[in-house]
Design a protein around this ligand. Structure first.
Ligand SMILES: C[S@@+](CC[C@H](N)C(=O)[O-])C[C@H]1O[C@@H](n2cnc3c(N)ncnc32)[C@H](O)[C@@H]1O
Length: 191
């Protein structure tokens, strides 16, 4: 299974996030071969509740992409298909399918860069009541070759300056490669 998450076993982070926070509604933007999808679904299976909706452009994406039928086959073999709905959709458009605060856990992994994170936050922040996790956030990840080659904007800098993130979320970045930033919606005076 192709994924940059495997080398440092990020599947365990997804599984532990899901079994700890027990989300009912999980949305994933960027499925590829289904590594993160599978580990989120394993957590939902352990919880015996919740569902994951996974969006990807699949064959419409001009770079490395996966195949929806193959991901469903893998999920079926793992006994996880009843927890997951896969769809074709553009992450910058399908937010309209969700109501305000409807999503408990959003995972964003669509070849992220600083501009992607900025735009995704503007579109999806109103839909999320709990956790947003996205791939990236470390200096090492900002410096991978394609970020430099295509002159992509820094995620570290976006995290530092993004008004929505800094007003509404408490977050940390797990820095093992490729890194992941996990953001918890602030409770606003509840504690
Ligand atoms: C880095 S891969 C996802 C990796 C996967 N989450 C994993 O665990 O290995 C990026 C995926 O995002 C998809 N993608 C890129 N731009 C997208 C967009 N605007 N909307 C939906 N999917 C997109 C690509 O087709 C590709 O499958």
């Amino acid at each position: 299974m192709r994924t940059s998450y495997k080398q440092n076993e990020f599947g365990e982070i997804f599984y532990n996030l899901v079994t700890t926070y027990k989300p009912e509604s999980v949305v994933e933007l960027g499925v590829l071969d289904g590594y993160s999808t599978m580990h989120i679904a394993k957590g939902l299976q352990t919880n015996d509740r919740g569902r994951l909706w996974g969006y990807d452009l699949w064959e419409d994406y001009g770079y490395k992409h996966g195949d929806m039928d193959e991901v469903y086959d893998m999920l079926r073999e793992e006994g996880l298909s009843s927890y997951v709905t896969l769809m074709k959709g553009d992450a910058f458009e399908v937010h309209d399918e969700w109501a305000e605060n409807e999503i408990d856990f959003l995972h964003v992994d669509i070849s992220n860069d600083g501009k992607v994170i900025k735009e995704i936050m503007e579109l999806w922040h109103p839909k999320v009541s709990g956790i947003i996790a996205f791939e990236g956030g470390s200096v090492e990840r900002d410096n991978v070759d394609w970020m430099d080659k295509y002159d992509k904007e820094s995620i570290v800098e976006e995290l530092r300056t993004n008004k929505l993130i800094n007003e509404y979320y408490t977050y940390y970045t797990y820095t093992e490669f490729p890194s992941m930033t996990i953001m918890f919606r602030r409770l606003r005076g509840c504690l």
